[in-house]
Design a protein around this ligand. Structure first.
Ligand code: C5P
Length: 306
């Protein structure tokens, strides 16, 4: 579902949906330290909720209103661990709001509250989704009327996945650092069971541990296979070049993948992890697998669709 808004003046409420990666290949290292990639992202129904209230003092103030949803436990990690959700200028929400303020020369500020459901360091695009939603919402709340193109220019400075989540596409092929977005029809692919280990992955660490492929997989070939596949074959279509590095860094990723392969027939990393998923035939199958998931001391499971 796309980001949606309902304005109950003076508070604007918005849903902030995340993503999974159905395909992710790295085609090279760039001079700026990033990697050149080709990925297929699909927007999921897993979303945070944000509320934005206008302020006339120019201050951006972020507060956490709660942890929600079936992944609430993974979103806040283990109860004994420190809460891993900064509310200062290191948070992409604050960075998105400040960038928009500066770009538009806007004197207004905002009080922002978030109910967090999408776990961090899981490859589910939670932080990027929040940044995209903040750009769209404050553009509206502050009556800036900046066109999509300008918002995309700001998004690209915030993170590699922000442009896709800003685009409103249900699925897309993303290239460059990930910031170039071309809509894609992924008909037939809809449901997945998702496992999120409590221990997350730092994106930069996973990229640093990656061994570049001698001959990268072709995304064009992947798209052709997608067109020619039906039902059960979809599960084996997914691919993620970061998976080996993510497994080396985090044993909980391997455990999640092993469980998925045994019970759902396939298992794949999303983004740089630590979240893993398997595509399944229906929502019923996804819910059935969630009920069977037994490793609840190290991870949590939920059914998702996109
Ligand atoms: O763009 P983003 O802030 O999400 O990236 C986090 C880190 O992941 C980067 O600092 C970089 O180390 C790595 N990265 C990369 N190539 C990409 C995207 C991310 O090397 N295309």
């Amino acid at each position: 579902m796309p980001p949606s808004f309902s304005q109950r003046k003076p508070v604007l409420t918005a849903r902030s949906p995340g993503k999974i990666n159905l395909f992710l290949e790295i085609t090279g290292r760039r001079d700026d330290g990033y990697h050149q990639l080709e990925t297929v992202m699909a927007r999921t129904n897993l979303c945070d909720t944000l509320e934005y209230e206008d302020r006339d003092d120019g201050v951006i103030k972020l507060t956490l209103s709660g942890w929600g949803g079936p992944l609430g436990m993974a979103a806040r990690a283990l109860p004994a661990a420190p809460l891993d959700f900064p509310l200062d200028a290191t948070n992409l929400i604050v960075q998105a709001a400040s960038s928009l303020q500066q770009y538009a020369g806007c004197p207004n500020g905002a009080s922002i509250r978030i109910c967090k459901r999408i776990p961090g360091q899981a490859g589910l695009g939670g932080g990027s989704a929040n940044a995209a939603t903040t750009l769209l919402s404050l553009n509206q709340l502050w009556n800036l009327n900046l066109p999509q193109k300008k918002l995309h220019a700001i998004a690209a400075t915030l993170g590699s996945d922000v442009n896709f989540l800003l685009s409103g596409c249900r699925a897309a092929v993303c290239t460059g650092r990930g910031e170039h977005v071309a809509a894609l029809n992924v008909r037939g692919l809809r449901h997945a069971v998702l496992i999120v280990p409590y221990s997350g992955n730092a994106t930069a660490d996973v990229f640093a541990a990656l061994e570049l492929p001698d001959s990268p997989r072709s995304i064009q070939l992947w798209q052709q296979q997608l067109q020619n596949s039906t039902g059960q074959q979809y599960g084996n279509l997914c691919f993620n070049r970061l998976q080996v590095a993510a497994e080396q860094l985090n044993p909980q990723v391997s455990r999640a993948l092993t469980w998925l392969k045994q019970h759902a027939g396939s298992g794949h990393l999303t983004g740089s992890g630590s979240g893993c998923f398997a595509l399944v035939r229906s929502a019923g199958v996804a819910r059935h697998l969630v009920r069977r998931f037994s490793d609840r001391r190290s991870a949590t499971a939920t059914a998702i669709h996109f």
